[in-house]
Write a protein that binds this ligand. Structure first.
Ligand SMILES: *Cc1c(COP(=O)(O)O)cnc(C)c1O
Length: 234
């Protein structure tokens, strides 16, 4: 099978699995947005994904996002940055992305707000929360976030749309599910006494190995890479 057909077949399968997980959770498949993570493949394969009907695409490294966005300029792809953003890369990244899932520190949020202000635009951002407690992970700790919300709400050029989290690398699916549940519960608590401009509707959680668990716990966005590229040489 050629690459384009393989990608289309994988996409159909993943969409079906998402629909199945949503149905099982009593949710609508339309309420779970698939973000195709293209970090393992070339811009050409990312284009195949787009051609197969997936318009929301994510990259974890800013430089790789720049490269692919440039190669695919002219396509109406919505780019999501899902990995750590260094402040010196904000200027070049901001105009290219529809959403930044990895708002992982107050310093970054401040810098994003300033740059968005300079460009006279708003920036859609998710707050990344370190739900696994792993040292290597970026993100706010669940304990610190509530007290920071008033300050974050004051960043007038950011639209804080929700939370993002990743399950621990080592854990099994049950543990992933508990971690996703903890992100949803944190979101609900923050929402209950959140300053008005913040709505926190989005929960970006779930990857190839654990998206069913994430959907069961309320994910509105799943970030899926490897499952979309099975059978394709890297
Ligand atoms: C790579 C990556 C994904 C996708 O991972 P897969 O297991 O390949 O689906 C999702 N989120 C982030 C932040 C990633 O870096």
């Amino acid at each position: 099978m050629n690459v384009a057909s393989q990608v289309a077949e994988n996409l159909a399968r993943v969409r079906q699995q998402i629909a199945g997980a949503a149905a099982q959770a009593g949710r609508r498949a339309a309420d779970v947005k698939l973000i195709g993570v293209t970090k393992y493949v070339t811009a050409e394969v990312a284009r195949d994904l787009f051609a197969a009907g997936l318009f929301d695409v994510g990259e974890s490294r800013p430089q790789e996002l720049w490269k692919k966005a440039e190669a695919l300029a002219g396509e109406s792809i919505r780019w999501h940055l899902i990995g750590h953003l260094q402040r010196n890369k904000i200027r070049r990244t901001l105009p290219l992305v529809t959403m930044i899932h990895s708002g992982d520190s107050l310093r970054l949020l401040n810098a994003l707000d300033q740059e968005a202000a300079a460009l006279s635009r708003k920036c859609d951002v998710l707050l990344e929360v370190n739900i696994s407690g792993e040292q290597a992970k970026h993100g706010f700790s669940p304990a610190e976030l509530p007290a920071l919300m008033p300050q974050i709400a004051g960043l007038s050029h950011l639209r804080i749309r929700g939370l993002m989290g990743m399950a621990s690398l080592e854990g099994d699916r049950d543990r992933a599910r508990r971690e996703f549940a903890s992100l949803r519960e944190l979101r609900d608590r923050l929402r209950a006494n959140c300053p008005p401009p913040i709505d926190l509707a989005e929960l970006s959680m779930g990857m190839s190995g654990d998206f069913a668990e994430a959907i069961a716990e309320g994910a509105t966005m799943v970030r899926i890479g490897s499952a979309l590229f099975e059978g394709i040489a890297a």
